[in-house]
Design a protein. Sequence first.
Length: 650
Amino acid sequence: MALLLVLEGPNSGRTYYVTGLFTIGTDASNSIVLDDRRIAPEQLRLQRDGARFVVKNLDQSREVLLNGERLAGEAELRHGDMLDLADARLLFSDEEAPSTASSPDVTQASSPAAALPAGPRIERRQRAFENAAEVISAAGSLDKPYARLATLYKVSHATSSVLDPEALMRSLLELILEEIPADRALVLLMDEERSEMLPSVCRVRDGVEAPPGMTVSRTILSEVCRTREAVATTDALADPRFAGGESVARQRIRSAVCVPLISRNKLLGVIHLDIVASDKRAFTEGDLDLLTGIALQAGIALENARSYHRAQRYSRNLASLQRAMLWLGSYLERDPILKETVSFVCSNLKCTKASVLLLDAVGRFATIGHATGIDRKLWPEIQVVPGRGLAGRVLSTREPILSPDPATGRPPESAEYTRKGKYLTDSFVIVPIPRRSESQPHEDKPMGVINAADKLGGRNFTNEDLEILNLLASQVGMALVNASLYERATVDQLTRLYTRPFFFQKGEVEVERAERQGAPLAVLMVDLDHFKAVNDTHGHAAGDQALRILGSIIKESLRDDDIACRMGGEEFAAILPGGSLEGVQLVAERVRKTVESFPLDADGKPIRLTISLGIALYRAGDKIDKMLARADAALYRAKRAGRNRVEMES
């Protein structure tokens, strides 16, 4: 299934499945709606064209980049391509599993661990060469040793400076087809993040018909992967077991040779050659030795190319991490820190599920602070106790968990380990968030954990992902500690709304902006009705609970840009930038009705709470205290008119 993952921008972390016609732009009718004025109402169109996906830039006046280059008109979209539109970055993925034939003897992307029939008919074997001396020694025993050494020299020269693994394999196969009488050649490479052997590059000799999809005998492939030896069969059609397999019969394979690509005792892939049944040609012992010698050089070159790309990817991730650290250090509030953290994890680790869980004040349990890929309604229900479950284990041991374990290839052993139905794969990573600050840089008590799961394409998380996440967690811990210190000075601890001094400071800024830009601005005053009676009748604990409920309702009813505070006692206020009269009245009514329908439980008895509200709108020359005074006067008119109502300034 093709999909688009939004890596950066307003919709960061979201995944959209692409079927048929798909559009991107700012208009609400688009499949992906992006909130950025630099993007056209309908900027991009994606459309399936047979097995291809075609992307078209519908507005050439707006710059769109495809893999860093300007998209002019339309182009084919391939797996792994990156689209950039203003601040938005989208990754295209089209990793449908290749179809496999019904025959047990054929595979296009097989795993060495798959259950396979035993006993292939293999006439010759050759163990992998371990060094150049062994290659030279073997070449010296052949009929044309100098020709073979010249071939090995050409391979070394052609592969020494190529750092793109796919280009390296293409160049290698072209040389092989020049020197060895094969009709077709295929390279399968081990995907480290999937632990699967997948087709990489295929080449066909001139004059030979190219099959729809060149396949490899699963029996031969399994034998090579198991023994790490090169193998050859000189007459596959004469073997009844091979002759019944589609890879042999359908493609008329007479002779085949398969050699492993090994570097530092690690299996990187295989090279498979075959000869079709057009004549009596077959691979010789010399061909097998030569290809084994080539494989030694190819394995080293391939590992060097992969190491280079890993280093490049790691450098990009570090640069991205540095930018994220700068952003995190600039935030003084907890919520933006958590959102930025989750966004970074999804973007850089290429996953669709990520969460940050934070311990409560006394360390009894951790709850979700922010997450992507988990229904927000479920956040309050998720509680992790230190020592219980995998995230709980990380909280108690302060040791991260990477699954599957790179050493064993298996998920962690745990009585509470269950992912069925919740996640797509068994691969995940969990790291602790250390409680650190500039004054206590060596404090390592955890304050929570970061989780990442469901990597794109079903891939596995790597040690590199773990290292990046550990570095991020360290910075997140420091940012959260600093935010906590800032919060103590600006946030009322009972209601979690801003304090009165901070409210006036922000209010002056908003009033100046309204005067400068001519933008609307409103102030809302809120007061609990009969609050003294609640305290006197049910106790101060019930009164505190009533204030907490009201603070929570006000916060949930406002936008992120609105500013709410506890003025003192049972009185609250809110600044609503851009608030029109009708919009503010709707907000006020929503708060009033929510409070009215939310009974307070005091000693098992429900208490009906009500509030009175007053609204004032910005007038030219206003200061924040003048607006509050008019909103306060409107509030008291609501009180005199019977309470539980909203009044506008006169």
